[in-house]
Design a protein around this ligand. Structure first.
Ligand code: BMA
Length: 320
């Protein structure tokens, strides 16, 4: 039995963590929070690699089975370019990948760590070797952004998470629209963080990119629970309307995945599971996540089981 079952919706692989700095072809502090996609029949991870200064860049790892046999680029694949893009001065982090069929390109939305705080930036690629930057798409402080693969009434849509420092009471998930993927407007809150004792009280953010399922858009999000002095990053699910992603059809109440294993509980930042990517292979939904801001792990579920679960969840709770 190569998967470790804690009786949760998602079951971890026993080889977790599947990627660590020890696997890396060059010196790094940590490898975590990967985006994921199926590219040319292989699982491709765009992994956040933090160097010894504390700055991050992105490097590609490819595998036939998505578990082992990773071929990792021998040097950083996508580096910050602070000379031409000053918002990348402290590095680039936490990418989410969406294939835009209409353009024949992958859109990568990543967090650029600017001198004024984090902000979502956009780049395109056809091959994960050459990248074409579109620059910042939201001002700081904002992160946890991903675009949908299709337009809604002619407009692209993006989920993101503004969190201004001066108003740190609550960080909610927002949705915005654009005609060209560059200029964004029509901003509105998609999901409110809950309050009080909830696992996702006060601070939530999108985790992997939204994926299309038969009856909507499946999203996974993280909630940050502060139980001083500890914080825990845990995960929930929601289903958005297929035609109008502003409508949250269902939202999980309890969290569906959280830090349990030692590689999730202890590391550079303790008690964190943080997926930036998931893929569907043969009806199986596989999440790829950072454990404790230190290593990369995977867990799987049958997509049908996840859909059955989310359809049974109540309509959006806790919204205003
Ligand atoms: C969030 C993000 C993630 C990180 C997490 C836990 O704010 O910055 O990159 O994994 O914190 O440190």
């Amino acid at each position: 039995m190569s998967w470790r079952d804690h009786g949760e919706l998602f079951v971890r692989h026993r080889k977790n963590p599947i990627l660590t700095v020890d696997d890396w072809p060059y010196r790094a502090n940590s490898v975590f929070n990967p985006a994921a996609a199926i590219v040319d029949g292989k699982t491709l991870l765009l992994v956040r690699v933090e160097d010894h200064r504390g700055f991050s860049h992105l490097t590609v790892a490819r595998s036939e089975n998505g578990i082992d046999g990773w071929e990792i680029d021998s040097k950083p694949t996508f580096m910050p370019d602070p000379v031409n893009y000053p918002e990348e001065i402290y590095g680039i982090e936490d990418p989410r990948i969406t294939y835009i069929d209409e353009m024949g390109k992958w859109a990568i939305v990543y967090t650029a760590f600017s001198d004024s705080g984090p902000l979502p930036a956009l780049a395109f690629t056809e091959d994960f070797r050459n990248f074409e930057r579109a620059g910042p798409i939201m001002p700081p402080d904002n992160k946890d952004a991903a675009v949908f693969p299709v337009r809604f009434n002619g407009k692209w849509a993006m989920i993101h998470r503004p969190a201004p420092n001066f108003h740190s009471l609550k960080a909610n998930i927002w949705l915005s629209f654009s005609k060209d993927l560059k200029e964004w407007g029509g901003h509105e809150v998609l999901m409110f963080a809950r309050e009080g004792g909830w696992w996702d009280a006060y601070k939530i953010g999108l985790s992997p990119q939204p994926i299309r399922v038969p009856d909507g858009w499946l999203i996974m999000y993280h909630g940050v629970r502060q139980t001083s002095p500890k914080i825990s990053y845990r995960l929930g699910l929601a289903l958005l309307d297929l035609e109008d992603p502003r409508k949250v059809l269902h939202r999980s109440e309890g969290y569906v995945f959280g830090p349990i294993e030692p590689y999730e509980r202890s590391g550079d930042v303790n008690d964190v599971v943080f997926p930036c990517g998931w893929v569907v292979v043969d009806g199986e939904l596989r999440i790829y996540y950072g454990g404790a801001d230190t290593s990369v792990s995977t867990a799987r579920a049958k997509l049908d089981d996840i859909l059955e679960y989310i359809r049974g969840c109540p309509e959006e709770q806790g919204s205003e």
